[in-house]
Design a protein around this ligand. Structure first.
Ligand code: PLP
Length: 472
């Protein structure tokens, strides 16, 4: 009998209560406000300034969770959450998270938890097959795409500069990405001491895709200036508009110019599971690395970012460092993930991916992805049919970018009205100098009715803004 932790009978009671709460939450989250009605600091002011000295009953903790914490949350699992990249913590993923916490394994070494490490290898092999990458890609699960991409850049630099490990970084190493690439690329370069001045933002075409000729020209110009190009990052599903960079053309340039090619498919990667979208990753089979986030569009609770790398030896060159207390006997089949990345400790994220891939199977996942893409196209058609609006970028996946043909402030006011209403949560972006509305579809519970309801509310808010009520 455990002397200090919660007794099993109490755990069962509280556990059933928690599961009941989660089941009701998932069934009824659509009735909640998507974004809380609160001001910054409200929750801090409402909670005690210091932690209790004496134990508190679970009933009180759960009651406060329901009455104080939940109303202060923005509900990412809400069917009308359309900000950023909408995502899903699906029910099988939630159950797996609880089990992962219960077994509490740390997958840093094969010896630290063999089943954890081997399951991670199995699910990443399954997912690799789904998106059509060849078997030589080594896979590991990270917390975020930001970490995965930083590791890719570190491995790329280790390849380009083998002495770096002992000597430290050289200056003038250059990374390339499109001007629509996610900030995590620049942030990764910053973190590695590459310097913002050495991140080239390559121009895009009319559909916001990197222009290969501009990439080539930038590489040539940098070499003429005695700089060292070493890495290019293409994006499959940019954050601003979900444009798809021409991966195969960029891959050819990377090969000819001896650059590492990393593909940021954090959001768009799952779309390549669909046969009709396989073209998006054409060329990826020869690339050096790729990141895809199941916690964005594969119904997996945050966090879960999958990082594939065709040259795991470069990850080892960049990161492997084995102190005596972590040394284990060598065996070719025993992977020690700590040798392939910066972090030592690693959560059991593979478990939720395994649950999700098995529970839904490929066919159901394909059906949901196709439904989201269809909803996005229907919304884009509805927006186009209302002449007050314009769709500002091609709808390639499940994001629709559009704007009211008015001022930036009017577009911001539309979003503010919608968010204040509690019906939805939307966010915007600046595209070509104009503020635009980003409408992201990615939650498993989102229905056509949800999208229609939000679109009608946008039209209503627009009418109110265009002809404000007379001042009394
Ligand atoms: N790459 C792309 C294309 C993204 O849209 C995002 C986030 O939205 C990221 C990378 C960063 O993802 P993470 O939050 O997992 O670091």
């Amino acid at each position: 009998m455990n002397q200090f932790d919660m007794p099993p009978a109490e755990f069962r009671r509280s556990g059933y209560e928690v599961v009941d709460w989660i089941a009701s939450y998932l069934a009824n989250v659509g009735d909640l406000r998507v974004f809380p009605d609160m001001q910054p600091g409200d929750l801090i002011d409402a909670l005690p300034r210091s932690a209790p000295d004496d134990p508190e009953p679970m009933e009180a903790i759960l009651a406060d969770f329901r009455s104080q914490i939940v109303p202060a949350l923005s509900h990412w699992n809400h069917p009308r959450f359309h900000a950023f990249f909408a995502n899903t913590a699906s029910a099988p993923g939630i159950l797996a998270e609880a089990l992962a916490a219960a077994v509490n394994t740390n997958g840093m070494l094969w010896k630290s938890s063999p089943g954890h490490v081997e399951l991670e290898q199995v699910v990443l092999s399954w997912l690799r097959q789904w998106i059509g990458l060849p078997a030589e890609f080594f896979g590991e699960i990270m917390d975020t795409a930001s970490t995965s991409t930083m590791q890719a850049i570190a491995a790329a630099r280790a390849q380009a500069d083998p002495e770096l490990r002992a000597r430290g970084a050289r200056q003038g190493m250059v990374v390339y990405a499109s001007e629509h690439a996610h900030s995590s690329i620049e942030k990764g370069a910053l973190s590695l001491g590459i310097g913002q001045d050495n991140v080239r933002k390559i121009g895009v075409d009319s559909e916001y895709r990197m222009v290969p000729a501009l990439l080539r020209a930038a590489i040539i110009s940098d070499r003429q200036n005695a700089l060292t190009p070493f890495c290019v990052v293409s994006t499959v599903g940019t954050t601003s508009v979900t444009s798809i960079d021409p991966v195969a053309a960029i891959q050819r340039i990377a090969e000819e110019e001896c650059l590492w090619h990393h593909i940021d498919a954090a959001y768009g990667g799952p779309a390549a599971i669909l046969a009709e979208n396989r073209w998006m990753l054409e060329g990826a089979e020869r690339a050096d690395s790729l990141v895809l986030n199941p916690h964005k569009w594969l119904f997996t609770p945050v966090d879960c970012s999958v990082f594939y790398c065709r040259k795991p030896e470069m990850l080892r060159r960049a990161f492997s460092l084995v102190p005596e207390y972590l040394r284990t006997e060598q065996d070719d089949r025993a992977v020690n993930f700590m040798d392939y990345g910066f972090a030592l400790g690693r959560r059991f994220r593979a478990l939720k991916l395994w649950f999700i891939m098995r529970y839904f199977g490929r066919k159901k996942i394909e059906e949901i992805l196709r439904y989201h893409i269809a909803l996005a196209h229907e919304l884009a058609d509805a927006v186009r049919a209302d002449k007050r609006f314009e769709v500002v970028a091609p709808t390639t996946l499940s994001l629709v970018c559009f704007r009211y043909r008015g001022t930036d402030d009017e577009n911001k006011a539309i979003i503010e009205r919608l968010n204040a209403s509690g019906l939805t949560f939307l966010a915007g972006n600046v595209l070509d100098g104009h503020f635009v509305i980003r409408y992201a579809i990615g939650n498993i519970a989102t229905t056509r009715e949800d999208v229609v309801a939000v679109w009608e509310k946008i039209q209503e808010a627009t009418a109110a803004i265009a002809s404000p009520a007379p001042v009394q």
